[in-house]
Structures are given as structure tokens and as C-alpha cells.
Design a protein around this ligand. Structure first.
Ligand code: SF4
Length: 320
């Protein structure tokens, strides 16, 4: 059955429940903004294993055998085993997960930069490079899904990369399993993929041509793996500019000198971070509509995620 919206697993303390150790809920405009566009699956693993709200903070400590334990920071009570059991059974109950947003730096939900200590009590942290127990399990279980910590989503570049990856994988997850559906997906994603990784785009193209006559299920498995690699890093600015120039090549012969020069100036302004990508793609889209090119018009490059999620709000740590 077609799912219109992507499924996102989310830490319940981000916008959903006041379940943090101190009884608070994290305010996240980015998660709030997503609510009408995705199906959220909120979970608080600490509450799910029976911990109360409020509670002592828990923390990661280095076990004697280099293992990492999840313990009460005050009395040292060890919750590692009950958390491991919960994680295993909970993740097994989930259907498709297209993306994940977790509370940053939490010893349970964090996906990086989680502090680890030598023991409970008043001691100095060892370092901050660990993942939380739930965060690590999620990273292992959903290698193809975009997984972010909530705080990073206020950076425009990171947010757009997350949304692009989310909606691309969601679209792929909904394909019917036929070669025709895959070819159609590949065709409409061509310029988006070109911006991300031209080499892997070519590999994906060869897979969809299926000269080796593989079973569709095998082609899909390989394609999924390529897709995961392709979208593992945000696109480079120069690659995006190459795609814009490529698309401009389709329409430029129909444009007058002033239109051409305005576009090329916009491209330079985009290169120097003076305008957002949408400031350039909007011009291209209007010409594509005017010159009636259905193949270009349906390219997901122009709108990799719903228009309502477009926002130039940025933490100012990323480009616009
Ligand atoms: S970070 Fe995770 S475990 Fe901690 S309160 Fe939030 S949802 Fe619960």
C-alpha cells in the first residue's frame, strides 16, 4: 500500500512529551514544521524501560572490559541489559522507517558526541565521542535512512540534505519492485543524483539497464546500496552548479541575451552564497514550463521535498 508520508522515528522528548530526566520537553521548530508532512513515531526508550519522570540523569560509563554501560549517574544502577532488550524488541515491531531524528548528546538517543565517564558520581568525563545505546542500534539497523540529531537540523544545509535524502529514500521504499518502476524513479531522479555523485549515477544507470539480466529483487538490493552511498554526503556546490549549467544548456538556445546574462549572474551569486539554490532553480523551472519539457519538469532536482518544507531559516552555520 502506498504511504503518502515518510515514517520518521523521533525521540519523544523532542516536541512530543515532557519525558526528559528533568521533566522537560525540547522545543524544535524543525520537527514542528515537519508534523503535517511526515508520520512521526515518537519513542522515549528511558521511559519505556520503566524509568520515572523526573529521574536521576543516566550516563554512559566505561565498563571494566572496555564495554560501555548505561547507568544511573547518582547510584550507579546498571540499565544496560534492560535497555538492550527494549531496543531489540522495539525495533523489531517497526514497519518501514524512512528517517530518524534523535535528541543529541543523550546517553540513550545520541548518535555522536555523547559523554562517557569512568564511573557514576562526581567524576570527570573521559571523552565525548560515543553514541547512545539506542542511537547506535538505530544507526546499525537503518544504514540507508537519514539520521540526524535534532539540534543540527537548524542548519539549512544539513536540513535540506536530510529532507532530500528522506524523500528520496521514501520514494524508493514505495516502488513496486518492478524494473519499470525503478527505471521511472531513476529517470526522474537523474539530475538530483548527478548533483550528489556523478560516478554513482552512472553505476545506477547501468544497474537499471540490467544487461546482466538479474532478478529485479537483486537489482533493487544493489540499487539501494548505491543510493545509500550516493546520499551519504551533501552535494558539493560545484557539482550542483554543473547540474544547473547542464540544465541551462537545454533552454538557453530559446533565451535572449539579457535572460542568459541574468541567469549566469545568479549562478555566480549562488556560488558566492549570496542567494539560495531556489533563486536559480526557479528561473530554470519557469523556462522549462515555458518551453514545455516534461522530462525536465518532473526532475526531483527542482523539488526534492515538499515545497512547504522550503525555508531559508538557518542557524547561520550553513550556506543559504
Ligand atoms: S533523549 Fe531519548 S531517552 Fe532521553 S528523554 Fe529524550 S527520548 Fe527519552
Amino acid at each position: 500500500m502506498e504511504r503518502e508520508k515518510p515514517n520518521i522515528l523521533v525521540s519523544a522528548c523532542v516536541e512530543f512529551k515532557s519525558c526528559r530526566y528533568n521533566g522537560q520537553c525540547i522545543n524544535s521548530p524543525e520537527v514542528r514544521g515537519l508534523m503535517e508532512y511526515v508520520n512521526f513515531i515518537p519513542v522515549c526508550p528511558e521511559v519505556a524501560i520503566g524509568l520515572p519522570v523526573p529521574r536521576d540523569p543516566i550516563r554512559l560509563v566505561q565498563g571494566s572490559d572496555k564495554s560501555v554501560l548505561l547507568v544511573d549517574s547518582e547510584n550507579g544502577k546498571d540499565y544496560t541489559s534492560s535497555m538492550d532488550q527494549f531496543i531489540e524488541s522495539f525495533l523489531n515491531t517497526l514497519d518501514t522507517v524512512d528517517g530518524v531524528i534523535l535528541k543529541g548528546r543523550s546517553p540513550t538517543c545520541g548518535i555522536g558526541n555523547v559523554r562517557i565517564y569512568p564511573s557514576h558520581g562526581k567524576v570527570t568525563q573521559l571523552h565525548s565521542k560515543e553514541t547512545g545505546l539506542f542511537g547506535r542500534a538505530v544507526l546499525e539497523r537503518y544504514p540507508e535512512a537519514p539520521i540526524e540529531d535534532e539540534g543540527r537540523l537548524n542548519n539549512l544545509s544539513i536540513r535540506e540534505h536530510f529532507l532530500t535524502r528522506l524523500y528520496t529514500i521514501h520514494q524508493f521504499n514505495q516502488l513496486t519492485g518492478t524494473m519499470g518502476a525503478l527505471v521511472e524513479f531513476h529517470s526522474s531522479s537523474k539530475y538530483l543524483m548527478m548533483a550528489y555523485n556523478q560516478h554513482l549515477l552512472k553505476e545506477a544507470g547501468k544497474l537499471t539497464a540490467n544487461h546482466d539480466r538479474l532478478e529485479p529483487a537483486q537489482v533493487y538490493r544493489r540499487y539501494r546500496s548505491l543510493l545509500t552511498n550516493m546520499f551519504s554526503q551533501p552535494p558539493k556546490i560545484q557539482s550542483t552548479i554543473n547540474v544547473l549549467q547542464h540544465l541551462f544548456g537545454y533552454v538557453s538556445k530559446n533565451l535572449n541575451a539579457k535572460e542568459k546574462s541574468f541567469f549566469l549572474e545568479s549562478l555566480e551569486r549562488y556560488r558566492h552564497k549570496q542567494i539560495p539554490l531556489a533563486g536559480v532553480t526557479a528561473q530554470l523551472q519557469s523556462w522549462i514550463l515555458r518551453f514545455d519539457s516534461p522530462y525536465l519538469a518532473r526532475q526531483t532536482f527542482f523539488q526534492p521535498f515538499p515545497e512547504g518544507l522550503q525555508s531559508i531559516f538557518d542557524s547561520s552555520k550553513g550556506r543559504i
